[in-house]
Structures are given as C-alpha cells and as structure tokens.
Design a protein around this ligand. Structure first.
Ligand code: ZN
Length: 330
C-alpha cells in the first residue's frame, strides 16, 4: 500500500511495512500503530489525547481561517516506532529525523505519518510533539491543496506547529534566536536577491546549494509566514496568493510570480518590509502565540489524574445570572 510513496521532500520511501495491529483513539481522525515492543514504550494516554486534539485543531484552523475543505473522512494514520534502527531501516529517515509525513497525489484521502518515540528518553515527548504537529500539516496540505509551494511548505508547517505545541513558547524563543542570526547573514545588503532566489528554489537540495543550509528553508520561511500572519490584511493576501497558485504544474514558480506581481513593490519590497519587521520583532520579547497554546478542551477528551492514573471528572461550569453576569451560588 505504501509502495511508490514519497515523503514531503519528494524522496521515495518504499519498503515500509505494517507489522502490528493498530488501534483507534477515541474520535475518528487519528489512528496509531505501534511498531516495535508494544506496551513498554507506549505513549501515555495524555500524550495520545494530545495527538488527537492537535490533529483536530490543525484541521479546524485551516478550515475556519483558510477556508480549506477537509473531508469528514480524512484521518491521520500514525506509525510509531520504538526502535531507532528499525525506524531508520524501514523509513529511510535521515539521521536526527524523528518523523515524516508520507504524501502522494494518489492517496490524498488521509495522512500517513511515521515517527520514532523512545520513552527511555525523558525528552522524547517534548521532541516529538511539535514534530507530529509539523508533519500533520504536510498531510493536510496534501489533502486540501495538493502540491504546495516548496517555499511555503516548511514555513507554514513550522509556523503552525510552533504555535500549537504545548511547549511552543520555549521552541519559539529558540527558533527566533536562530532566525535572527540567519537573517543577519542572508538579508543584510541582499537587496531582494535572497527572496527572489529563495522563492524560486524548487527543492530542498536547492536550498542547500544556494544557502549552504537546508534549515534556512525552515527557519527563515517560518519568519516570512509570521510576517504575513502578524497582520490580518497580509494574512488574507498570503492565503489568496497561495490559493492562486494551487493546481499549477509548478506551484512554487507560480506562487513566486504571483507574489512578485501582486505584493505592492514586488518581491524586492517584500524582502525589505519583511526584514525591517523582523528587526523590530527580534528586539521585543517573544510575542504571545496567536493560536491556542495547549490542546483545546474537548467534551470527549479523557483527562487523567497524574497521581491515581484514573480519569478525572470535570467540574461543571459555573451558572451565571444573565442579568448581572455574576456566578450564581448553588
Ligand atoms: Zn516538513
């Protein structure tokens, strides 16, 4: 079933095989299959609930804010490896990668994701949570949009995952510091050259060739997305331009052309505005994430008491007197 699949970099990822039975989390959008030693290294129920909630949050975000149509039957199928060697052997994941989304134009009905999680590593969850959110975006963009412009694919995935992740504040601070260094190096005196080259790079290898570092396409693109997202009019413009490129044989080139033609002053001015905006931002304390910082409460969500390990019953919401707006004593 996975034969001929590629990851979001377009690299063939064959030879994946499902070895263990899956179970479904409550709710329909997330299915998890453990590969390795089932049980011992399993994620906790809170973590599984978190994955389910964030899968739903990403869907809702792009449905309500970007107008994406997500089929009610869309789901994420997650293969969770507990053995690093097995994970790398099966998936061909590069060293250091914790997970990836497998995307294919032929299979856009659901998202297929593979991750490595080792519970013996005390930071396993922290490292995994933002990665899962990031990869979920690739699945959703494949489902709703198809071939997403490469210039924006990682930028949007990073932008949304850093803001939805429960530890997003810490991750954002770290990422902003990296971006500050990169921006100084690539954008000082660039005069529009950086953004023109960047927007027209058609592969991750091209980022490496042009900028000597693939991370530029993640870190600086996330800043570019944040520049657009920081203002409602600019957000609408970004979404409109992205949607204008959808369906083209080369969405990356089309997006670059549309940006150059429609951004007031073209790409050169965009780079100037963006860099000036970044400089101001880096001199201020990190902004409060604009998306919910923790999983949204869900009536069906299971909350576990960390001491007893038993489900916790939620307190009912206070009754409010409609005339005074104050809580009513029971
Ligand atoms: Zn990615």
């Amino acid at each position: 079933m996975l034969d001929g699949w590629t990851d979001s970099n377009g690299v063939a990822r064959q030879g994946l095989r499902q070895k263990f039975q899956r179970y479904n989390l409550p709710g329909k959008r997330v299915r998890i299959t453990y590969i390795g030693q089932p049980g011992a290294d399993a994620l906790s129920w809170q973590e599984l609930e978190y994955i389910r909630n964030s899968g739903e949050q990403i869907v809702q975000y792009f449905q309500t804010k970007w107008g994406w149509r997500v089929r009610p039957t869309f789901y994420y199928n997650i293969l969770l490896y507990t053995d690093m060697n097995e994970f790398r052997k099966d998936t061909g994941a590069p060293k250091g990668a914790l997970g990836m989304a497998l995307v294919s134009p032929r299979m856009r009905d659901h998202g297929e994701l593979v991750f490595y999680a080792d519970r013996r590593n005390p930071n396993a969850w922290e490292e995994l949570e933002a990665t899962i959110l990031h990869e979920m975006f690739h699945c959703l963009s494949n489902h709703c949009y198809g071939d997403f412009p490469i210039s924006m694919e990682e930028g949007v995935a990073e932008w949304i995952s850093l803001r939805l992740a429960a530890n997003g504040r810490g991750l954002l601070d770290k990422r902003n510091r990296q971006a500050q260094v990169m921006a100084k190096f690539h954008l000082n005196g660039s005069n529009g050259d950086f953004i023109k080259t960047y927007m027209n790079c058609n592969s991750y290898e091209a980022w490496e060739k042009e900028f000597k570092d693939r991370m530029v396409g993640y870190t600086l693109a996330e800043q570019l997305v944040d520049y657009f997202m920081a203002d409602a009019k600019r957000t609408a413009f970004l979404v409109q331009t992205l949607h204008g490129a959808a369906g083209d044989a080369n969405t990356t080139a089309k997006f670059a052309r549309l940006m150059d033609a429609n951004y007031p002053g073209g790409l050169m001015k965009l780079e100037k505005d963006w860099y000036a905006w970044m400089k101001v931002k880096f001199n201020k304390p990190a902004a409060v994430p604009v998306v919910a910082a923790r999983p949204r409460g869900n009536a069906g969500a299971l909350i576990i008491d960390p001491v007893t390990g038993l489900p916790v019953r939620r307190a009912p919401p206070p009754r409010v007197d409609p005339s005074t707006g104050l809580p009513v004593k029971r």
